[in-house]
Design a protein around this ligand. Structure first.
Ligand code: ATP
Length: 449
């Protein structure tokens, strides 16, 4: 994959309404993005599938939706206030700040500024620590601020609700709490589209276990999550790999961490981290809050602080990987065809319906009727705003598995043309069999339940 592919994907996402620049109307904000009409559909599918897999289908995991703004002491206990920092260098030429660990390294001292390209000697321009958390004033009076923090990970909301969940659900170990939600980090990076954002979304599970079982569950979660990307998100296995963190890389609280990496157009990068966070968080919140967050182990007849295995995935990075993996180009009859070969379960629309001629009222009415008949059962779109060639191209580019066209012949034989996105094969199908035809070819998860 290449940088060229990256710019094609960015352009497709903007052109087709997947992603727009954040605050674009006012010049934009760096590393902040908005999801457009097609983007929200795909993103929602990703989150729904994750939620179904881990909350709805399993009895050992429950869901949570904790607040984004949290008490300062949460982050005192978690260590974020003191330790959640990036080392940044001030570029002497363009004055922008960059992370040397993410910039091009020329030699031990020299790093290339990603913004203006000059070589910066980091022994002269020494890296300085900046906390990544975003804070906000919760007081109505500006002179006496009450600081709250936008969470930098959804995980802390889970730890501080551990007792609430145990007391209300009576769950026994091993069990998990899952949460999908926004997280905020004042990241400083250039480029790479939605890979590193200041406002992003995470899908996290804190899976509480006994200490002696932590290694076993860690292995299980790594396998489970790796397969999820292949089986549920449709990513190619060769574009995924596991990377074990070295001792030096491990966060102070973690015993082990394995990243699932994806081969993005700019190289292998983290999609998800799976960590054994030990009992650090619960112990620390116990100490700072002075509340007992232990669990009574009925077998051992003693109170323990459970260990936790955390599969922590990024919604936006999954979205990005899904688009990169599905993006394909081919030459058809001498012309370039761009097609998103999305897994149908993820496709924003499963069916698009067009009249061949928008000037023919009979065709328009019939096409709309077919659309209204199926739109409650399957995500569909009606479109007559371009010629048929362009309409097909649009739907190929957004990954719609089937296009249904109503043409003058339809008025005589009551049949429409159904075109398959991947093979481009066209079949004539009776109008009253359109839904059935699609139902036979897509699995249950593609339909509105
Ligand atoms: P990186 O090393 O890339 O900064 P991280 O190790 O800090 O990532 P974690 O704290 O482990 O990331 O967060 C878990 C997941 O949340 C990541 O694997 C990623 O998918 C997602 N994530 C983290 N930071 C961002 C961000 N700034 N923008 C988009 N997604 C993010």
């Amino acid at each position: 994959m290449s940088e060229d592919k990256l710019s094609k994907i960015v352009s497709l996402c903007k052109r087709r309404g997947f992603i727009f620049g954040g605050s674009q109307l006012y010049g934009g904000l760096s590393s902040i993005w908005d999801y457009g009409p097609l983007g929200v559909l795909l993103k929602k599918r990703i989150k729904d599938i994750w939620w179904q897999e881990y909350v709805e289908k399993r009895e050992d995991i429950v869901g949570l939706d904790s607040a984004i703004i949290m008490h300062e002491n949460v982050f005192l206990a978690s260590g974020h206030l003191s330790g959640f920092c990036d080392e940044l260098v001030d570029c002497p030429q363009c004055k922008k700040r960059f992370r040397p660990d993410k910039a091009e390294k020329i030699d031990e001292k020299l790093y290339r500024c990603p913004y203006c390209g000059i070589e910066v000697d980091i022994t002269l321009y020494k890296p300085r620590k900046f906390n990544l958390m975003l804070k906000t004033n919760l007081s109505a009076v500006e002179t006496t601020p009450l600081w709250g923090y936008l969470r930098p990970e959804t995980a802390q909301g889970i730890f501080i609700n551990f007792l609430n969940v145990i007391n209300t659900t009576h769950k026994k170990l091993p069990f998990g709490i899952a949460q999908i939600g926004k997280a905020f980090r004042n990241e400083v990076t250039a480029g790479n589209f939605i890979f590193r954002m200041k406002e992003f979304e995470q899908m996290e599970i804190e899976y509480f276990v006994k200490e002696e079982e932590a290694d076993k569950f860690f292995e299980e979660w790594v396998k489970e999550r790796f397969n999820f990307y292949i089986e549920k998100m449709g990513l190619k296995k060769e574009n995924l790999r596991l990377r074990e963190h070295t001792k030096e890389e491990l966060a102070h609280y973690a015993k082990r961490c394995v990243d699932i990496e994806y081969n993005f157009p700019f190289g292998w990068s983290e999609l998800e981290g799976i960590a054994n966070r030990t009992n650090f968080d619960l112990s620390s919140h116990s100490k700072v809050s002075k509340k007992d967050l232990s669990y009574f182990d009925e077998e051992k007849k003693e109170r323990i602080i459970p260990f936790v295995i955390e599969p922590s995935a990024g919604v936006d990075r999954t979205f990005f990987a899904v688009i990169c993996d599905a993006y394909d180009e081919e030459i058809v009859k001498g012309r370039l065809r761009v097609v998103l070969r999305l897994k149908p379960e993820l496709a924003p629309y499963k069916v698009a319906i067009f009249p061949l001629l928008k000037s023919d009222n009979q065709l328009v009415e019939l096409a709309k009727k077919i659309f209204y008949d199926i739109k409650d059962k399957i995500s569909s779109i009606y479109d007559d705003t371009a010629n048929i060639g362009k309409l097909y191209r649009r739907q190929d580019e957004v990954g719609t598995p089937f296009c249904v066209t109503v043409d003058p012949q339809t008025l005589m034989d009551k049949k429409v043309t159904i075109r398959d996105r991947d093979t481009m094969k066209q079949e004539r199908v009776s109008i009253d069999r359109v839904f059935e035809f699609i139902k036979e070819r897509l699995n249950e998860e593609c339909f509105i339940s």
